[in-house]
Design a protein around this ligand. Structure first.
Ligand code: SF4
Length: 68
């Protein structure tokens, strides 16, 4: 299985919940006040964290796709 994280920066409002849930996957751009996706295709071991970051985003800027 492979993971694909789809991030829409235009929706991001800088809450930083994603970083708290999955610091391996996200950085934060202080100038833009937006999250920065570090890994668009993370290892499957990060699936739980990736899904948590999507679930916790109040702006619905993150989607996780799982491909068989
Ligand atoms: S949780 Fe959502 S709105 Fe907040 S920084 Fe992350 S992507 Fe942006």
């Amino acid at each position: 299985m492979s993971l694909r994280i789809v991030f829409e920066p235009t929706k991001c409002q800088g809450y930083a919940n994603c970083l708290i849930e999955a610091p391996e996957l996200w950085d934060f751009d202080e100038d833009d006040n937006k999250a920065v996706l570090r890994l668009a295709n993370p290892d499957d071991t990060l699936r739980t964290r990736a899904e948590a970051s999507a679930r916790c985003c109040p702006a619905q800027a993150i989607r996780v796709e799982v491909e068989a």
